[in-house]
Design a protein around this ligand. Structure first.
Ligand code: 9G3
Length: 573
């Protein structure tokens, strides 16, 4: 490809609102251009990378037995009403009316469409299992699109759906998708972790895993054990205190009852901690939550936070939210900041780390008063003791009980779910089994953020000068740069190298622009093409400068040696 014709202009500066490195670099290098908030054009360079990622996804999905199809983006609202989700999603679901005034949604995902399709096509167990997938544009009207392709409103997703007759069948489908995902993320050159996750609104009756690209810009926090293979999204990560002051027999004989202390206007944990001169871990934090409409008190240690997803899952609740200050005041009899577990008329749920405390300070449910020497199990009886908190750095691993939990930031690039019969029941996708009985198909669903991978790899693999594409997904594999296009010998050698590499099936970009060398090298660094051949004065002795983008190491080689080096390097990738 001759760069003088390439539809891509590089930018020196980036818009101030581009915070993520990948977003800045993809704009500057001419890979994407924003049309509207969260809505992007992939310029030729970006599109070439995206298509390579798609090809890898397609190959691995086909290898795992998936059958590719393409479903519409326009989905009749009736399907979402039938599944009961039409009103579950708010403004994020983009709705429109056709010319006959019929309601549609622009597809954010395709459970409803694919389940209806399979319901109409398959009735017998003989036609199952089947896994269908598509690579298609999804629409989600994010309130705050950000970080370029990482959180867009129109994005490319591979979404797959498996239909089985048994739960064992689903386990098999799930496993083969899980393995296909591991192969895909390895092939695109991404550093990732598969972590246990929470199924969220999609529901489903089985496990779910998220595939996380490790990156500081990631919105998710993942937790992994320093010893065993345990890894989970913080939403779900089991918390087990390594530092809990385990209750000792003498602690129980503490004769003094809890003591009420005057704590004028001392409301926050920090204020109480310094006022009483005790560590936050010796304070019992009492928060009032509304769980499916009813107020409850949740206790966590002062140095911990309530994990609302664990709270909802443990209580089997649909809706969980922190009570407002009026409600807190009404149910505790005191303003926020003085709530405590003693004498409450609402159920009290205690995190395990609180139950493990020998004693602690807590609100007295009276303005300007707290108790000290409060002993869980003696001065109050929790209705339930469970893991209600976010894990913290240094917690013990709940799986192997040897290792410590480590925290990382991650970008969710894949998510696999065991859905069960939630959608097949709702939409009537049933099959007749060997005994003639009608049963709901057992489903799984599996997503990969194809366009998100572009940004995730760029986040993981860039330097200050530009993105450094892994060869497997780079827009071109070699960038040939004649230093002076007016120099006959340089252009002749450059054209020859271009021809020979192309013959080897290698994708080459030739910078045939009449530009200053500095401009050419800066643009080449921005593009992030893995290998570069600089054809300069040394062309006279048929020598070139071989440059590896990742390390920017330069080496003068004879033209033949340079070609051999590139061919060998690319074969190795
Ligand atoms: C919506 C809107 C946003 C959504 C959903 C529905 C996320 C929604 C979860 C999934 C689950 C899986 C198949 C591929 C893998 C992920 N955001 N989810 O269902 F209406 Cl506006 O999409 N779907």
């Amino acid at each position: 490809m001759k760069q003088s014709t390439l539809f891509a202009s590089t930018l020196r500066d980036v818009p101030a609102d581009a915070e993520a490195a990948s977003h800045q670099l993809m704009l500057r290098a001419g890979y994407i251009r924003q049309l509207a908030a969260g809505i992007y054009t992939y310029l030729p360079l970006g599109w070439r990378v995206l298509r390579k990622i798609e090809t890898i996804v397609r190959e691995e999905m086909d290898r795992s037995g998936g059958q590719e199809l393409l479903m519409p983006a326009m989905q009749p609202a009736e399907l979402w009403q039938e599944s009961g989700r039409y009103h579950v999603y708010g403004p994020e679901l983009i709705r429109l009316k056709d010319r006959h005034n019929r309601e549609f949604a622009l597809g954010p995902t395709h459970e409803e469409v694919v389940t209806t399709l399979v319901r109409n096509e398959i009735g017998s167990y003989r036609r199952l299992p089947v896994t269908l997938y598509q690579i298609q544009t999804k629409f989600r009207d994010e309130r705050r699109p950000r970080f370029g392709l990482l959180r867009g409103r129109e994005f490319l997703m591979k979404d797959a759906y498996s239909f089985d007759t048994t739960w064992e069948g689903l386990d098999h489908s799930y496993r083969s998708m899980y393995d296909a995902y591991s192969r895909i993320f390895k092939r695109v050159g991404m550093t990732f972790r598969a972590v246990e996750a929470d199924a969220g609104a999609i529901g489903g009756e089985g496990g779910t895993h998220e595939f996380m690209a490790l990156a500081d810009i990631g919105e998710d926090t993942i937790v992994s054990c320093s010893c065993c293979s345990y890894a989970a999204n913080l939403e779900k990560a089991a918390a087990r205190s390594a530092d809990g002051v385990m209750k000792t027999p003498e602690a129980f004989h503490h004769e003094s009852d809890c003591q009420k202390i005057y704590t004028p206007n001392i409301r926050s944990i920090d204020e109480l901690s310094s006022f009483l001169e005790m560590d936050a871990s010796a304070i019992i934090k009492t928060l009032v939550y509304i769980v499916d409409g009813k107020p409850v008190a949740v206790l966590v240690r002062g140095d911990h936070e309530v994990n609302e997803i664990k709270l909802a899952n443990t209580l089997g609740a649909q809706h969980v939210e922190l009570a407002d200050s009026d409600t807190t005041e009404r149910v505790t009899g005191a303003p926020v900041g003085f709530a405590g577990p003693i004498g409450l008329a609402i159920p009290v749920y205690a995190d395990q780390a609180v139950a493990d405390m020998a004693e602690g300070a807590a609100g007295a449910n009276e303005a300007d008063f707290h108790y000290i020497h409060v002993m869980p199990g003696r001065h109050f009886q929790p209705a339930m003791i469970a893991d209600f908190r976010n894990a913290v750095e240094g917690d013990a691993c709940a799986r192997c009980e040897e290792g410590m939990l480590r925290f990382h930031r991650g970008i969710e690039v894949g998510h696999v779910f065991k859905l069960g019969t939630k959608y097949s029941e709702a939409l009537g996708a049933k099959f007749v089994d060997q005994n003639g009985r009608e049963q709901a198909m057992i489903m799984g669903c599996y997503g990969i953020g194809v366009s998100r991978i572009l940004s995730a790899v760029a986040e993981q693999s860039h330097d200050s000068r530009g993105i450094i594409w892994p060869a497997a997904i780079a827009p071109y594999q070699v960038h040939i740069i004649p230093v002076s296009v007016k120099d006959e010998s340089q252009m002749k050698l450059a054209e020859e190298l271009y021809g020979r590499l192309t013959e080897h099936g290698i994708e080459v970009l030739l910078d045939d622009r009449d530009e200053r060398p500095g401009v050419k090298f800066n643009d080449s660094d921005l593009f992030g093409i893995p290998y570069r051949l600089v054809v300069g004065k040394l062309a006279a002795n048929a020598e070139v400068e071989f440059v590896e983008r990742r390390t920017l190491e330069k080496q003068v080689l004879g033209a033949d040696a340079a070609l051999a080096r590139i061919i060998a390097s690319l074969r190795g990738q």
